[in-house]
Design a protein around this ligand. Structure first.
Ligand code: NAP
Length: 285
């Protein structure tokens, strides 16, 4: 039976570290870290995420600036706001909650955020830095996954790592981070043949597909570290992951639950990135 990786506990550790450093920044440099969160429209899930980010800011001693814009906000209006926030010295990090309404080009907005304040690490400059291993910010979800793997004590070096999913926000950067830690990385996607076979080779399996309970116990190598990024709904509308937890925990050595695994890590890593941004902008390292 697998050991459960407790994302709530690990994320609490990260937030505690961030809060301690934020308090030190305030005391020694008179700096209050600030994160601006912009939401456009009324998507209920986005509202929950934004609210959680606001709460996390309060918990670590950051100032949060919330901009809740009307569904009909134009791309130009949003770009104007991003430019104002880019120049605002009290704002260290800018997060524009995705998805945006269809009439707004997400790429144009992401590209307008100053790379120094891009705490989601979605800007092409930051994506490029991750490729060459010289990054300031790591994308929050993959960075959270790395911290969860680290918490197991399993050394990634030389391990067969399989990432399922190749999105720009999870799968691709995840593969890069595992590679940087000397894993032997395979990336799978919807066109992959022999998925089961490849999964069975994985010492470390990171699943980010978006399909409820898609990965089952018979696809998991005995003793593997299984990280489930998925946030799906089961047949009863309850939150579940991409991994069928019940069958997978019988095979895995370590496994993340959903909820309570990767989810809490994403916000904790966002706080960490915002702290890094504040320190860099103040010339403190
Ligand atoms: P996405 O952009 O939809 O990408 C899904 C990926 O899965 C694609 O690369 C797709 O392949 C691949 N895929 C789909 N069906 C497949 C199949 N049958 N076999 C193998 N691969 C398959 O999704 P995402 O944004 O990466 O998110 C993935 C999941 O993680 C979602 O459930 C999302 O809600 C969750 N998520 C959670 C957090 C968190 O904080 N916990 C953060 C972000 C995302 P193709 O490229 O070939 O289409």
């Amino acid at each position: 039976m697998a050991q459960i990786i407790d994302g709530k506990a690990v994320s609490a550790d990260v937030k505690e570290e961030v809060a301690a450093e934020a308090a030190q920044l305030k005391e020694e440099h008179g700096l209050k870290v600030g994160l601006a969160v912009v939401i456009v429209g009324n998507d209920p899930a986005s509202k929950v995420y934004v609210n959680n980010k606001k709460k996390a800011c309060e918990a670590v001693g950051f100032k949060s600036f919330e901009y809740a814009l009307d569904e009909n906000t134009t791309q130009e209006q949003l770009l104007d706001l991003v430019n104002v926030l880019n120049r605002d010295e009290t704002v260290n990090g800018i997060l524009v909650q995705l998805p945006l309404p269809k009439h707004i080009d997400e790429k144009a907005i992401i590209n307008a955020i100053s790379p120094d304040k891009d705490v989601d690490a979605f800007h092409p400059v930051n994506v490029g830095k991750i490729m060459i291993g010289e990054y300031s910010f790591l994308p929050c979800t993959p960075a959270g996954v790395m911290r969860l793997i680290e918490s197991t004590g399993v050394d990634i070096t030389g391990k067969q790592c399989v990432v399922i999913g190749r999105s720009n926000i999870v799968g691709k950067p995840q593969a890069m981070l595992l590679l940087q830690k000397n894993g032997t990385v395979t990336v799978c996607h919807s066109k992959t043949k022999n998925l089961k076979e490849i999964c069975l080779s994985a010492d470390i399996l990171v699943v980010a597909i978006g399909r409820a309970k898609f990965i089952t116990g018979d696809m998991i190598k005995e003793g593997a570290v299984v990280i489930d990024v998925g946030m799906d709904r089961n047949e009863n509308g309850k939150l579940c992951g991409d991994v069928d937890f019940e069958s997978a925990e019988k095979k895995a050595g370590y496994i993340t639950p959903v909820p309570g695994g990767v989810g809490p890590m994403t916000i904790a890593m966002l706080m960490k990135n915002t702290l890094t941004a504040a320190k860099q902008q103040a010339g403190i390292e």
